[in-house]
Design a binder for this molecule. Structure first.
Ligand code: HEM
Length: 494
């Protein structure tokens, strides 16, 4: 009994000492911080307050104090927290070479499918980014356009039915069926029929994949105790989910090679990168499989979230909804009533609306970085050591009245041709910035414009009282989630 007590005491005392020691980190560096507590550090009630809100609150505290930067603790893990946009821009862009990693948890040994661009670090990331850079050129996007457009048929039908029965719908859930159909067609070369077949295997595993990434405790644990998490064999993606996507992608690859089938999609681009004989640096089979999963992880939940927030913003601003509909009608008239690749390029006001949606509701809770070479913060003698994690609070910057006057107002004109030049570097970063900026921007914009144009040309959206306004968020995943969902009603226009 006494031995158990002694062991227990040693573990307790050791843990206590470890936390107390770790908590001296920012003091020693003379970087301002708030007193952390054991075990969560500066995290407040992580079971209750979502990550985007935590980071937003921290930003505002230090901004009000006039600090240019701050230190933060996620459990015992020190995190550097730039506040001023100039410093943010230095870290992401100007001196981005010192912060090349995202610092996300990845365990390639436990799950080789996670060796994709979003998670990879160092040289492996750099080589893969160079290989994938030409993926979303206008020519390749044009090639994928029709495959994407086909997915709007079920989207349109579903909204027709909802309008007929005047039933409210949850925007993200419904829109995610469109994004699933797009990813199934473009990345895996299969028809998912997410709208028609709610029990589809693809939809089931897609949901599991997203759920895998949303548990607060797992996220905080893997972030704070990376080495321990690796030793235990934690992976972001569970084995059954990874096996499912691996099988779907492998089957598609084998089918196309054996039957000499070519299609206009992302999978074809990957196959060409792997098998084209004149390619000096071809993709390996494992890289191909991991990148098809990437298309999913990076492009599914993010796009559904932004699209649902866009519909929410339009439903709560009928004047802006009407103005955008007018633009859609005018542009489509020019293209014989059809949504074409060129028509999308003319939808300038739509771009403003999407940009403003992403200012108010960026999809990710923060922009993370990891310092990859010791870095001295300009005009100070503070050295950020290699391995230090960095949190950039774009929820704070993008809602800061110093950079966006009247920040709670949804105002797409901030992004008009005349005004967008006034946006300071480092203040608007919903896609991240620098060498690790989202690679899928043109693809995501194409997908979102196709969806919004399809919906606005025929339907009108209104907010349903089931939506809890002001909006609150939940979770710790890669993508933020609205508590209780976005509930809307739709009316067919005559
Ligand atoms: C509205 C939809 C999307 C949003 C809001 C979004 C946002 C982001 C953000 C914030 C990052 C991190 C950037 C940084 O750390 O600086 C990122 C990375 C990335 N995104 Fe997107 N994304 C979207 C759609 C897509 C799509 C459709 C793809 C296509 C596959 C994609 C591919 C990627 C990739 C490959 C990265 C990692 C880049 C790297 O580390 O080199 N994204 N995205």
């Amino acid at each position: 009994m006494s031995i158990i007590f002694i062991i227990f005491f040693i573990i307790f005392a050791g843990t206590y000492y470890y936390f107390k020691q770790s908590f001296t980190y920012w003091k020693k560096k003379n970087v301002p911080y708030l007193e952390p507590t054991i075990p969560f550090g500066n995290l407040e009630k992580p079971w209750d307050i979502p990550l985007n809100r935590q980071v937003y609150n921290y930003y505002n505290i230090f901004k009000k104090r006039g600090d240019k930067h701050a230190g933060y603790f996620m459990m015992a893990q020190p995190v550097y927290f730039p506040i001023g946009p100039e410093l943010v821009n230095d870290i992401l862009v100007k001196d981005g070479a010192y912060f090349r990693d995202r610092g996300a948890y990845v365990n390639e040994e436990a799950q080789p499918l996670e060796a994709h661009l979003l998670l990879l670090k160092g040289e492996k990331w750099s080589q893969l980014r160079a290989k994938l850079r030409p993926t979303f050129t206008p020519a390749k996007l044009k090639m994928m356009f029709n495959t994407m457009l086909d997915c709007t048929i079920h989207l349109q039908e579903t909204f027709e039915q909802l309008a007929q029965i005047n039933e409210e719908f949850e925007a993200r859930e419904l829109i995610s069926k469109f994004t699933i159909d797009v990813i199934g067609s473009c990345a895996f070369g299969i028809k998912c029929n997410a709208f028609k077949d709610p029990n589809s295997e693809f939809l089931k595993y897609a949901k599991l994949l997203i759920e895998d990434s949303k548990t607060a405790l797992k996220t905080i644990f893997c972030f704070s105790f990376e080495k321990l998490a690796k030793r235990i064999g934690f992976a972001n993606t569970s084995t059954p989910v990874a096996n499912f996507f691996k099988k779907v992608a492998t089957d598609t690859y084998n089918y196309r090679i054996q039957n000499n089938v070519k299609r206009n999609d992302f999978m074809q681009i990957l196959i060409d990168m792997k098998d084209k004989t004149n390619n000096p640096d071809p993709l390996t089979m494992n890289e191909l499989l991991a990148q098809s999963l990437l298309f999913f992880i990076a492009g599914f939940d993010t796009t559904s979230q932004i699209l649902s927030m866009c519909l929410f913003s339009l439903a709560t601003h009928s004047d802006i909804q009407e103005k955008l509909r007018e633009e859609v009608k005018k542009v489509l008239n020019k293209y014989n009533g059809e949504i074409t690749y060129d028509a999308l390029q003319d939808l300038k006001y739509m771009e403003q609306v999407i940009n403003e949606t992403m200012r108010m509701y960026p999809a990710t809770p923060l922009i993370p970085r990891e310092c990859t070479q010791d870095y001295t913060i300009p005009s100070t003698n503070v050295v950020i050591e290699k391995g230090t994690k960095v949190f950039i609070a774009h929820w704070g910057l993008q809602r800061d009245p110093d950079y966006f006057p009247d920040p709670e107002k949804f105002d797409p004109d901030r992004f008009s041709t005349e005004n967008k030049g006034n946006i300071d570097p480092g203040t608007y970063i919903p896609w991240g910035d620098g060498a690790r900026k989202c690679l899928g921007v043109p693809l995501a914009m194409m997908k979102m414009k196709i969806c919004v144009a399809t919906l606005l040309k025929d339907f009108e959206f209104r907010l349903n009282p089931k939506t809890k306004v002001p909006l609150a968020f939940v979770g710790y995943g890669f993508v933020v989630t609205v508590k209780g969902g976005i509930w809307l009603n739709v009316k067919k226009l005559s």
